[in-house]
Design a protein around this ligand. Structure first.
Ligand SMILES: O=C(CO)COP(=O)(O)O
Ligand SMILES: O=C[C@H](O)COP(=O)(O)O
Ligand SMILES: [Zn+2]
Ligand SMILES: [Zn+2]
Length: 333
């Protein structure tokens, strides 16, 4: 049993309270590699931002849970080494799908877990989330649960309205499960292809997707005032990264994300955690493709992972400062 407090990590409770009250959102960046971890920590320290480092089941399979936990422990020490005396770093399980997986993470140093029962029938989702909460809270680990189905990974239908979170369910769900935060579905989806071009409108040569369902978000906030809300699938899929990838041998067609002004608007509401993974993948891939195309003789991974790390760091800082507004929001510097 490894408790997260012994690793210098924190749970999400206090940072969410401050984020909801302050009208900003905490970045939740997925990581699978050391370079992503380093870039996340450098960005968080330079901007004095709290940060959630999240690990999916796929990340655990790729990198090994023990290694990722030790990277998170290293992240705290690294942040201090970079001059941040009181870093606020959460190690979070992203999309946990079973009680056993959540328990394993809680028992092995995670400070926060997500139990994603959103594809289950309502009562089964409640029962599973409640079971995880009861276990997690014994160790002061916070729990994110989900209501409503995201398009894409969780559903074949792209951004279908019928899968939006039902505001009439949220009070019952939050009360009976005891969850600490709630992931909702209001039109975001995972990956780099969130909308088809047919769903978008062409404005000044740019494809603009339909807006998020802010009316649904407002109804949810009315039912659960001040309750921490989470947005998954919030990469904006920057055109410049997509263009770089395509220029240097990649082939990404119709890659469309969530416009950043919509995320800015969401961050001002009770949305206090915004999940970003695909933008990091795009930043990394674009930098590696460019470097290798321009330096065909290079074969030392450090030569192309260094610009990849720098490009991810630039993107993380941009999100923190220009989109989520969590810069300067550490309780103590
Ligand atoms: O929601 C996410 C992780 O849980 C990531 O979403 P993106 O694919 O939009 O980056
Ligand atoms: O929810 C999706 C996240 O981007 C994690 O993706 P992954 O399961 O491929 O690691
Ligand atoms: Zn889900
Ligand atoms: Zn997600």
């Amino acid at each position: 049993m490894v408790n997260y407090k012994d690793l210098g990590l924190v749970n999400t409770r206090e940072m969410f309270k401050r984020a909801v009250a302050g009208g900003y959102a905490i970045p939740a960046f997925n990581f699978n590699t050391m370079e992503q971890m380093q870039a996340i920590v450098q960005a968080a320290v330079e901007t004095k931002s709290p940060v959630i480092m999240q690990v999916s089941k796929g990340a655990r399979n790729y990198a090994n849970g023990t290694i990722l936990r030790n990277l998170a422990k290293g992240a705290v020490e690294y942040a201090k080494e970079l001059g941040c005396e009181h870093p606020e770093i959460v190690l979070h399980l992203d999309h946990g799908d079973t009680f056993e997986l959540c328990k394993d993470c809680i028992d092995n140093g995670f400070s926060s877990v997500m139990i994603d029962g959103s594809s289950l029938p309502y009562e089964e989702n409640v029962a599973l989330a409640k079971k995880v909460v009861e276990y997690a809270h014994q160790f002061d680990v916070t729990v994110e649960a989900e209501l409503g189905v995201l398009a894409g990974v969780e559903d074949e239908v792209v951004a279908a309205e019928s899968h939006y979170t039902k505001p009439e369910e949220v009070i019952d769900f939050a009360t009976r499960t005891g969850c600490d935060s709630l992931a909702i579905s209001i039109g975001t989806s995972h990956g780099a292809h969130k909308f088809t071009p047919e769903q978008c409108t062409l404005v000044n040569g740019v494809l603009v997707p339909p807006p998020l369902a802010f009316d649904v978000l407002a109804e949810i906030e009315k039912k659960l005032p001040g309750f921490p809300i989470v947005l998954h699938g919030s990469s904006s899929v920057p055109m410049e990264e997509v263009n770089t990838i395509n220029k240097y041998g990649g082939h990404l067609e119709a890659a469309i994300g969530i416009p950043e002004d919509q995320l800015r608007q969401a961050a001002k509401s009770a949305v206090c955690k915004i999940n970003i993974d695909s933008d990091s993948r795009l930043a990394m891939t674009a930098a590696i493709r460019k470097h290798l195309a321009e330096h065909p003789g290079d074969f030392d991974p450090r030569q192309y992972l260094k610009p990849a790390r720098e490009n991810m760091k630039k993107m993380y800082i941009h999100k923190i400062v220009n989109v989520l507004g969590s810069d300067g929001k550490l309780a103590q510097c």
